[in-house]
Design a protein around this ligand. Structure first.
Ligand SMILES: [Fe+2]
Length: 303
């Protein structure tokens, strides 16, 4: 069973909700379109030789948007800070990336208006926007409102020499997350069938301890099982996530584990109780090289 089929089954059961990708989007036509967008956007990726070129990604995470433009969370107008981060990224010499990955908590108030606001921030950029749900999201609304290109919720994508897996860790009613047995099995099968490309897995919840008791209490409850699966597949070279509102860059064997600051407020690292950090909004640039290596930097908004 494929990852997307598991997503459909889980969605139907209403238990572990993994975002389904409509059947039409799984066909060659959709992926060709997305890859076409990526090729147009990625500098130096204009012909078949592009497979040896680096692929540049921008990760934004945890924007926590609301239906109202002036809503704040923890004292921050999250709409303003998302726009500021995107504006800052567009001034970077690495712009445009081949795609943007948005790793969850897109919306704070689970509102239709929040997702429409998210959509309005991204749909004119001319880039594929890969999305996964976070614990604050409403996966059904997300799927309904981000169903059209350039958005893709869940599934897989090929970008240059790499492939991305957009893995849902959403569990209804919980702040913690889980991949779930069925999705883990599907992931294992997918990775066994698709071994040619270095692979980056994008998710919301952290699969490794962050060293904060409160945050690690709402991490990935089946992290050990997830790590066992990716250990079996040497072409998995990176795992990136959001949720923790702070930066981490850790190499474990051949796998790079990366967390990324929110586009709004940050959490103080290594604290056992919740505390805000005074760091500004941020995002992460990820350069995926054809040989499987990675260059990455966190970009903090200048204040
Ligand atoms: Fe968040």
């Amino acid at each position: 069973m494929s990852l997307s089929e598991v997503a459909f089954r889980n969605r139907a059961r209403g238990s572990l909700i993994c975002e389904p990708v409509p059947t039409a989007r799984l066909g060659f036509e959709y992926h060709a379109h997305i890859q076409g967008l990526a090729r147009q956007a990625a500098a130096g990726m204009k012909n078949d030789k592009s497979i040896t070129s680096p692929t540049v990604l921008l990760q934004v995470t945890d924007p926590h948007l609301h239906a109202a433009a002036d809503s704040k969370m923890r004292g921050v107008n999250t709409y303003d800070t998302l726009l500021a981060v995107l504006g800052h990224a567009q001034q970077d010499e690495r712009w445009p990336p081949a795609a943007i990955v948005a790793t969850g908590d897109l919306v704070q108030d689970e509102s239709r208006g929040g997702y429409e606001r998210f959509k309005s921030c991204f749909d004119e950029l001319g880039l594929p926007i890969y999305c996964i749900p976070g614990n604050h999201d409403d996966p059904e609304l997300m799927h309904a409102l981000l169903a059209e290109q350039p958005f893709q919720v869940g599934g897989e994508a090929v970008l240059g020499a790499w492939q991305l897996v957009l893995l849902s860790t959403f569990v209804r009613g919980e702040d913690a997350g889980a991949v779930g047995a069925e999705q883990l099995s599907a992931l294992d099968s997918y990775l066994a069938r698709n071994t040619e490309r270095p692979t980056m897995i994008c998710m919301h919840h952290q699969p490794v301890a962050m060293g904060s008791a409160w945050l690690d209490g709402v991490g990935l409850t089946d992290a050990d099982e997830f790590l066992s699966v990716i250990e079996r597949h040497g072409h998995v070279r990176a795992v990136v996530w959001g949720h923790v509102h702070q930066a981490l860059d850790e190499q474990r064997g051949d796998v790079r584990f990366l967390s990324t600051p929110s586009t709004c407020a940050q959490f103080l690292p290594k604290k056992n109780f919740f505390a805000l950090d005074d760091k500004p909004p941020g995002c992460r640039w990820i350069v995926l090289h054809a040989d499987g290596s990675i260059d990455t930097t966190v970009d903090w908004l200048q204040t």
